[in-house]
Write a protein that binds this ligand. Structure first.
Ligand code: MG
Length: 515
């Protein structure tokens, strides 16, 4: 009998309760895919090591090894044998949902790779390598050049890429689809048009009524790193992060990496001040990790054995960071742990901790933004990217446009370009179309909260009773276990009973911030 647990000898064993892969063509595809998966496994492991442990001088060889492994992976993906098999599977009409998912994911990857000429990939690689250097220099000097010149070339290449990939309505759709299957400029615009006016109202309310503070003493409290590590460990333990299948390490920028289905690693950073930053980022990465850890065992080592998209992934990290981590109920958990580990903070009660983790302060830097102002930063980037890719504005317009939009949205104008368009690494890497996934994630997290509460009751009560297993279980059943079986939009429809609906987020924000 198939059990809930993974059995090494029968990869078809599953919590889905039936054999998910039995079609002979699919089984052949999976056999071939194991090589691609293994290369991905090795790439993930060396990337994790690069960010956590590698001595600095190892970077050159690491870069070379990484590039070679990626080339091999690319070749295997485009091998005629695999292509023929995927084509054959595509024509079958008796596949299981999971088998269809495999065909969908592989066809998407193969088609996309085939549409992009090697010359374009190589050119983009070359430009982004130099652009990264130029970006570092520009940011340091707070000057638009030399980066702006590279941005111009990157945008030209990305526009060419959009043309090669193809799109129905807007060239930006082609770029966004890579990160978020099926998400379009139209849908993103509708989303921002719904949430931004509501966020503006709530922001004005908070700033004039001071329902949440702008600053807090604990921001400048300098903490002992070893003791902060203990707090993070306790929080992960409380959340049931499985130590046998995961690790918490330190890196310059926190991230989650799925090396294998049973080896999911997260990182955090300790800056020595403003302790909520390390706590909330650990909770954020836990959300990403839980998604990977709760994908059905039977999907491991297959193309669908991972989170389905950037936006759905971000909905999971934001759900844990914002909906759980920044809730009044969870502030009691954080408060108790802080007071235990740092007796000098005894004077701060739970309500004070709640206010501290929910500061609202318009700021220039996206990664420092609070829950309420975060999406303004994304809306700005979406507008600029969309217009750049459509050819409606020139890259030389970006520095000033950015600053003016910032003033319009948040009422503050960057004093220099480092506080403006030079702050993110994304464009220097050629990642255009990625930012909207962040907002999609926050919006989805609120939609998930609403659906979850309609089925399991009030989240604050569940948190108060420390029954986080109920939340993890719900997420597993509704979202995680499927991996990439369904496209993001289909997953939403099936699991939440409706498509993307930003009204839940508006309601959540109003209830929390303007009441
Ligand atoms: Mg994230």
């Amino acid at each position: 009998m198939c059990s809930y647990h993974y059995s090494k000898n029968d990869s078809r064993c599953s919590v889905f309760g039936k054999e998910v892969f039995s079609d002979p063509t699919i089984l052949e595809i999976l056999e071939k895919y194991k090589q691609i998966w293994s290369l991905g496994y090795a790439i993930a492991l060396i990337q994790w090591d690069m960010e956590t442990n590698m001595p600095p001088d190892g970077i050159e060889e690491r870069g070379a090894a990484n590039a070679q492994l990626t080339v091999l992976q690319h070749r295997l993906l485009l091998s005629p044998e695999l292509k023929t098999l995927v084509q054959k599977a595509k024509e079958k009409d008796n596949l299981t949902e999971q088998e269809k998912g495999i065909v969908r994911v592989l066809s998407r990857e193969i088609e996309r790779e085939e549409k992009l000429p090697e010359r374009l990939i190589a050119e983009l690689k070359e430009v982004t390598t130099k652009a990264h250097e130029a970006w570092l220099i520009s940011r340091e000097r707070k000057e638009a050049e030399p980066f702006l010149g590279y941005l111009d070339r990157i945008v030209a290449l990305e526009r060419e890429m959009a043309e090669k990939i193809g799109y129905k309505e807007h060239p930006y759709d082609a770029l966004m689809d890579y990160f978020e299957e099926g998400f379009t400029t139209k849908k993103a615009k509708e989303m921002f048009d719904t949430i931004i006016p509501a966020l503006k109202q709530s922001l004005e309310y908070v700033l004039s009524n001071e329902t949440f503070p702008r600053c807090h003493y604990l921001e400048s409290y300098r903490y002992d790193v070893e003791r902060a590590k203990k707090v993070n460990e306790k929080i992960l333990e409380m959340m049931d992060f499985p130590k046998k299948r995961g690790r918490l390490d330190v890196s310059a920028h926190p991230f989650t990496i799925n090396i294998g289905h049973r080896d999911v690693r997260i990182t955090t950073r300790y800056e020595g001040f403003d302790i909520r930053r390390t706590i909330l980022s650990t909770i954020h990465e836990f959300g990403h990790a839980l998604y990977e850890l709760q994908v059905d065992d039977a999907l491991s080592m297959t193309p669908i054995g991972t989170g389905v998209s950037m936006g759905v992934h971000e909905s999971q990290s934001r759900f844990w960071e914002n909906i759980i981590g920044r809730s009044r109920a969870f502030s009691k958990v954080i408060g108790a742990m802080l007071r235990e580990e740092f007796p000098e903070l005894r004077a701060y009660d739970d309500e004070e901790i709640y206010r501290y983790v929910n500061l609202v302060r318009p700021s220039f830097i996206r990664v420092d933004a609070d829950e309420l102002t975060y999406n303004f930063h994304i809306a700005l980037r979406f507008e600029i990217e969309r217009q750049l890719i459509a050819g409606e504005i020139k890259t030389s317009d970006v520095p000033e446009l950015w600053n003016n939009m910032m003033e319009d949205l948040l009422g503050i104008k960057p004093r220099n370009y480092a506080e403006g368009f030079l702050q993110d690494i994304h464009w220097s890497q050629g990642s255009i179309g990625y930012f909207p996934s962040y907002s999609l994630g926050t919006v989805l997290a609120a939609q998930i909260k609403a659906k979850m509460e309609s089925e399991v009751g009030s989240l604050s009560e569940i948190i108060e009773k420390k029954e986080l297993g109920v939340i993890r279980g719900w997420l597993k059943e509704k979202i995680h276990k499927y991996g990439a079986t369904y496209s993001p939009m289909e997953l939403l429809q099936r699991s939440l009973g409706e498509s993307l609906n930003p009204e839940y987020y508006v309601k959540y924000i109003r209830e929390k911030y303007s009441k």
